[in-house]
Design a protein around this ligand. Sequence first.
Ligand SMILES: O=C(O)CCC(=O)C(=O)O
Length: 486
Amino acid sequence: MVVKIVGEIERLDAKQLSYHDFVENYMKRNQPVLLTGLMDGWQACKDWVKPNGEPNLAFFSTHFGKSKVQVADCGTREFTDQKRKEMSVSEFIGHWERLLEQDGNESLLYLKDWHFVKEYPTYVAYATPHFFLDDWLNMYLDSYHMHEDTNSDASYELNCSDYRFVYMGCKGTWTPLHADVFRSYSWSANVCGKKVWHFLSPLQSHLIFDRNLKNSVYDIFDDVSDTQFPGFRKTVWMRCTQEKNEVIFVPSGWYHQVHNLEDTISINHNWFNAHNLFWVWSLLVKDYNEAKEYIEDIRDICDDFEGLCQRNLAANTGMNFPDFFTFIGRFAIANMNQLHQLEDKGLCINLAKARHLYCNLLSIHKVAEEMKSAVFFKAEHSHELTKNESAFQDIKSLFREPKFHELCMSVNRIYGTLATSARPDNEMGKVLGCSAEKLAEKESRKDLDIISDQNCNKDVSFSIWGPEDLARVIDCTIRNFKIFSS
Ligand SMILES: O=C(O)CCC(=O)C(=O)O
């Protein structure tokens, strides 16, 4: 069946794009875009690429050879993904070099989801472009885990540690059709090589599923069965070819399939924020309903049916309802705290920063309001939250946690940076460089002192037992900041 292409993804010079326009036109409208001019000065572009533009494979074996990584065999399907195995970077590079010499007999291996930043924090390969800094997921994971698994081993710890990855694969490697984890946004930057992306709008995603809405198409260029996937012939696709030094923004819920047209190295992050938080909650609800339906027939013989549903949800989706509630709760309290600090100092010194915090709280409020109707959060199940330590019974103790303090510092730094980058002298044309970040850091250092001095002593005492409390507490806070509501 022919894949019907109806448009090319827009390509823009990021130096001519303001942060405000990126948010309004792409993040909020959930539209893909290809950006140039965001990778100037990246160390990765020097170290990882040979003068002729090919990947510098020797650099990887020499400096990172011992790392253990996940490698996909592009020729072998396993359930909904490619079969993966673990190997060292040296082994992977050795395989790639043999492939170059022998021209064909080896299987195509694709190194994916390498947590490079976590593994090599002191080697600064790149700076996250400021368009993508408003990243609650990685900000949170720098302090906390999304799901506390009591049986977790070292590999689980690393695999769930963050969503900042390196991908490396030779010409011909590819990624099957999928939508991203948690229905997050992603960005992907080509350090070298070339990729072709095919995108399907979320308005059409139902068309790639079978009649039971269980399985989706794996490879759009395969001979897709019309009987199994009757909607597929109606799909229409957007396409783009991403060159070296170009960054693609992948919006929430867009299915995509990706092929490396040349030997390629890319860096990509998954993230979410105020503009797509609702997508994450909607996915959790959908996956929860599926998990529940799957074990419905054992409900009567199950002591803790709801608990089992939540355990299965965490295993399949990477988090469950209490995890998500804990995450938005901590993040909201960190934002409220920062907003109060700004209020104490007189808002006008940092209106742009306060507006970010306000918008964050508004979106969490909206999601908390939705969460109230989930059976799990109804009174009769609220003990589950306490059991999972997901309720904030004692806000004072939260403020004493070093991890929470770290989260507050990240919130302070990131929104300080974004506020600085949005000033007229940094806007329109200047990609955020060190100078703006330094300036923001300087400004926020004063705030940090206040956080550390005041928070532990502050007489804050309230409890949040569920979404209803969270929505109420947020409401009390944002009521004072109605100036931002337009
Ligand atoms: O580059 C690839 O092969 C896949 C990347 C991807 O799917 C993503 O960033 O969401």
